[in-house]
Design a protein around this ligand. Structure first.
Ligand code: FEO
Ligand code: CA
Ligand code: CA
Ligand code: CA
Length: 607
């Protein structure tokens, strides 16, 4: 089996990689190569990346920065497809030399940053099914979405006074998307993405309870500098006091139609959305699971009012109407047995039952003292009011398509106080994070569930109370700070991490975890990303022997003068003569078995 022949993903786990290593590491017998890198042209006539001359105009036609959510959607012919990737944020410190800049330069850079974020949609091609992919310059579906692209607000909070601004007195149209983190691909073929750390782009007034719940402290300046020349990023400005309320949504884009207007779905609530993953329940409703990535925030689910139908056009509006729920977890062990160390309680499991508490019913608020619009725009306040369970930073949460069980990555929470541990968040100062397995007990759209902790992360060699679903600890790969989750065709869980360098001194990576049988809980590391990078957007096409990841912020603690990573162009970028062109480039990477001779001239990554 090799490229072109299909095949599984049998591999021997890699050894953990020290956090000083600037390399992309794959298992024995595998190779890696970028599919597309930051700055690669998407359209004919667009120049290649010139790191010494970054402009808004060229970036608008190039692949964006800091790749996060990723999917690779093959067309039925198997030979063409489309790659969708979002670009969460920029790293100004490794894009431009540190120097005093005037107002004109702040604006020039700011406009460049606006075009480096958002989404890229890029067509792919290959000779036959099972082969690695190449991207197509000028593909029909190629598209860039940026911080200036027009979005439509849908759902009950569209048109609300809470989202009106001087530029949009109707409260229905938003310029751009911010902080796009994880996401999910819907059964009808669209891409959902969470607007996560949107607050950091605004000079923040923090002058209402609603604003304070999303960022407690006022600020007057931001890293991108947009507030200095674009009034909508100054939340102190009376004309734009509601502009931050227009971000923090789940956005939906249709990768098949490059002229379509992307949407922001207010019915799904507003928070620091990590992402959303949809599964269709037995009642045919679309059920989306969503995490709010902040310490002590909540897990949510959305259930569509209408049923998924055979009409793609109808499905495109499914997420505009429905009900929003927030999770309350109850443990089944005595509180005294939850010691904060991670030591298992007497029944041998951190587990229990849970309830999905409705925030709306039939689309209308059921939270006392909150209008429907307030529930949706200030969702965190509504969830506070109903007593939801404060979690250790809910990241990606995704249903297993094989079993319907739901897997929730809780990345870490250093602020978890000893007095505030509970059975679902049982570790004081939770440094390494954990993963919860949720079993819906009243159907996918029901309001009760069971749960248990699948993994308590860490390095079992040095951390006493790691837990791997009962699998022998000495046989697993160390894992810390679970972030994104994905599944292969057999229903195995794959987890990517963000935060391993500072917690276990290792580069972040991608890990496979079987969920059934004797191998349940056996964490096996498949790859490691380079120094200072985060592993994002894993896509596991095991039947084709292909694994894809987005490598985000490689070498982010360096500078233009002193890069700390040369990913991915190691062969050329190590030459000091390359000067400032030797910058790390966030990229989408494909990994596959190296079972055919390398053809001369074909670029291959280092394995
Ligand atoms: Fe953008 Fe929660 O990671
Ligand atoms: Ca993330
Ligand atoms: Ca228990
Ligand atoms: Ca994530």
């Amino acid at each position: 089996r090799g490229p072109g022949k299909g095949g599984d993903l049998e591999f021997a786990p890699i050894a953990p990689v020290a956090s000083t290593v600037d390399d992309f590491t794959v298992p024995e017998g595998y190779v890696w190569e970028p599919v597309i890198r930051w700055g690669d042209p998407l359209f004919a006539g667009v120049p290649a990346l010139d790191f010494a001359n970054l402009t808004a105009e060229t970036q608008a036609g190039q692949f964006g920065y800091n790749s996060d959510y990723l999917d690779i959607l093959a067309d039925p012919n198997g030979k063409t497809g489309v790659l969708v990737n979002n670009h969460e944020y920029v790293n100004p410190g490794i894009m431009f030399a540190a120097a005093a800049v005037d107002a004109a330069e702040i604006r020039r850079r700011g406009d460049f940053y606006k075009n480096a974020q958002g989404f890229s949609v890029v067509e792919l091609t290959r000779k036959s099914s099972g082969e690695p992919w190449n991207y197509v310059v000028g593909g029909r579906r190629n598209r860039r979405i940026t911080v200036e692209t027009r979005f439509e607000l849908t759902g009950p909070a569209a048109g609300s006074d809470l989202v009106k601004t001087a530029a949009d007195p109707e409260g229905r149209w938003v310029q751009g998307t911010l902080g796009n983190c994880a996401g999910g691909t819907t059964p009808w073929g669209t891409i959902l993405s969470g607007e996560e750390n949107f607050d950091g782009y605004f000079a923040w007034a923090a002058d209402t309870a609603g604003q304070q719940r999303y960022r407690a402290t006022p600020t007057t300046s931001t890293a991108t500098g947009w507030e200095t020349y674009d009034p909508r990023f100054d939340a102190h400005d009376a004309d734009y006091v509601n502009e931050p309320n227009r971000f923090g949504w789940i956005v939906e884009i249709d990768p098949e139609d490059p002229t379509s207007t992307p949407k922001k779905h207010t019915a799904m609530g507003r928070m620091k959305h990590e992402g959303a993953n949809v599964i269709v329940g037995r009642d045919r409703r679309a059920v989306a699971y969503m995490g709010d990535d902040q310490a002590n925030d909540y897990l949510y689910k959305f259930v569509s009012k209408d049923r998924v139908s055979g009409s793609r056009k109808k499905n495109l509006s499914l997420l505009s109407e429905g009900d929003l729920y927030v999770a309350k977890f109850s443990g089944n062990s005595p509180a005294g047995e939850i010691t904060g160390t991670g030591a298992l309680p007497a029944d041998g499991k951190f587990d229990g039952s849970g309830a999905w508490i409705p925030l709306t019913a039939n689309g209308v608020s059921v939270v006392p003292g909150f209008t429907t619009e307030e529930v949706l725009v200030f969702t965190r306040l509504a969830a506070d009011a109903v007593g939801a369970t404060k979690m250790d930073r809910p990241e990606d949460v995704e249903p297993n398509p094989k079993t319907g069980k739901v897997y929730l990555a809780l990345t870490n929470n250093s602020g978890r106080a000893a007095t505030a541990v509970d059975e679902a968040n049982p570790v004081t100062g939770n440094r390494y994070g954990h993963v919860i397995e949720i079993t819906e007990t009243a159907g996918q759209s029901g309001t009760t569930f069971g749960w248990s902790i699948l993994l308590l992360c860490g390095d079992p060699a040095t951390n006493a109370n790691t837990y791997f679903a009962g699998y022998p600890k000495e046989l697993v790969s160390p894992i810390s700070c679970p972030d994104n989750v994905a599944f292969d065709s057999e229903g195995n869980l794959w987890i990517s991490t963000d935060g391993a360098p500072s917690t276990i001194g290792r580069n972040d990576g991608l890990f496979k975890v079987p969920l059934e049988g004797r191998e349940r809980g056996r964490v096996q590391q498949f790859l490691a990303v380079p120094r200072e990078a985060e592993t994002c957007g894993p896509v596991i096409h095991d039947r084709e022997g292909l694994v894809f990841v987005a490598v985000q912020h490689p070498g982010e603690n360096g500078s233009v003068a002193a890069p700390r990573s040369y990913f991915p162009d190691y062969a050329t970028a190590h030459d000091p003569a390359a000067g400032i062109a030797a910058a790390p480039r966030p990229s989408v990477v494909q990994v596959y078995r190296d079972e055919e001779p390398v053809k001369p001239g074909r670029p291959r990554g280092r394995g």
